[in-house]
Ligand binder design. Structure first.
Ligand code: PHE
Length: 391
């Protein structure tokens, strides 16, 4: 894992001129990932975990945003101006997230902010964007509280009450599980919320939660909790966490003799999940925002362009990052201005935007209502199982 650079500024442009990102502690003015900064550019900020235990979240999102930025600029930019994206690494830490957003707004003077992925980090930095009157679009934070911070905060993904319902219905209807265990990250707003929403639907359907256990991000020994879970004989285990711990949990579940599938949410979405979990994670299922198997032409076009740029298939984060940038550009066009307040109003009026993660309509609470997909983990990759429509 990389822990070195605290901040990555305008990687594309710097690489073109042979430079490199700022080093920790260096005082930078913020660079640009486009042409040289001038009044003729529209400055957008982005913050995410480019390093740390959730590094693929930030890296994939940045890559998705960057692909959208390049496509928009190649097509003439927005309102005749080129888009510039300034990216800071928050290392997956709340304090760093708050610092990043403060810098983006007060020093770099961005007109809007994209981020974060993790709900707890969007919750840590959202109030800063709100206070400064700068719109923030979270591509992928699913906890309900994220947009409750205020009228400047938007998201382009579904919410956890829906996601929890999706996996509870999948466990009950498709897997025919009657007894499940829940193993959550107790210090993570996303994990705690999703566990609660899953339980609510699963018990309403008639199912029983036979064991509840907790861990904390950064733990690496889960055996005692898993042994307790084994004692309750569940038919599936819901683990609403992030990929690093989930991969380790899968291995240790197998080691203590648990043979039932693990179930999870979007926090599993990382190529690292199978690297860490190995074959112990095969046969498990998680809900997600999109599938690479979606055959719609505009989705396949995005996948091909991403693959050409990064030599990899985009995960859900990359797809949501791409959509967040595109939605912002669309709002700037409709506002006819890059003024933060006017763009906020245009964002709030977004209707039926055709994103690569589905149709996006922003509702009165600045949320998007979208369908979810369930994916099965196989040695060959994530296999599409079913789509569950937004209710
Ligand atoms: N939804 C997660 C959260 O709110 C973040 C996430 C989204 C992680 C998509 C992976 C993929 O914390």
């Amino acid at each position: 894992m990389m822990h070195g650079d605290r901040r990555w500024i305008g990687i594309a442009a710097l690489l073109l001129v042979g430079g490199c990102p700022s080093k920790p502690g260096e005082k930078g003015n913020g660079g640009s990932a486009g042409p040289a900064p001038s009044a003729a550019t529209i400055k957008v900020g982005e913050y995410g975990s480019l390093t740390g235990a959730t590094a693929t979240f930030g890296v994939s999102t940045r890559d998705g945003v960057e692909l959208a930025r390049k496509e928009l600029n190649a097509a003439g930019g927005v309102l005749g101006k080129q888009l510039e994206v300034i990216v800071y690494d928050d290392q997956g830490k709340q304090q760093e997230a708050a610092t990043a957003v403060t810098k983006l707004i007060t020093q770099d003077k961005v007109m809007a902010v994209l981020g974060e992925v993790a709900s707890s980090l969007s919750l840590a930095a959202g109030p800063i964007a709100q206070r400064h009157g700068v719109p923030m679009i979270s591509p992928s934070s699913t906890n309900p509280k994220v947009t409750e911070v205020g009228d400047m905060i938007f998201r382009v993904c579904f919410l956890d009450p829906f996601q929890g319902e999706v996996m509870a219905k999948f466990a009950w209807n498709t897997l025919k599980a009657k007894k499940v265990a829940i193993f959550k990250d107790q210090a993570n707003a996303y994990s705690v919320g999703l566990a609660e929403f899953f339980e609510k639907t699963f018990t309403k359907l008639g199912g029983k939660v036979v064991a509840q256990q907790a861990y904390s991000a950064g733990d690496n020994d889960f055996k005692s909790q898993l042994t307790n879970i084994r004692g309750a004989s569940p038919e599936a285990i819901f683990v609403p966490g992030y990929y690093t711990e989930v991969g380790l949990i899968a291995r240790q579940a197998k080691a203590v003799g648990l043979k039932v599938p693990l179930l999870g949410g979007d926090g599993w979405d990382s190529s690292k999940l199978t690297e860490i979990g190995g074959d112990a994670i095969d046969g498990s299922y998680f809900s997600n925002h999109y599938s690479v198997e979606n055959q719609e032409p505009h989705v396949q076009k995005f996948i091909a362009a991403y693959d050409a740029a990064y030599k990899a298939k985009p995960d859900g984060l990359a797809a949501l990052g791409y959509d967040a940038m595109m939605i912002l550009a669309d709002a700037i066009k409709r506002a006819g201005s890059d003024d933060s307040r006017k763009v906020r109003d245009a964002l709030a009026a977004t209707k039926g935007f055709r994103g690569v993660t589905g149709l996006i309509t922003i509702d009165e609470n600045r949320n998007a209502k979208k369908s979810a997909v369930v994916l099965k983990i196989q040695a060959t990759g994530f296999k599409y199982q079913e789509t569950i429509a937004a209710d």
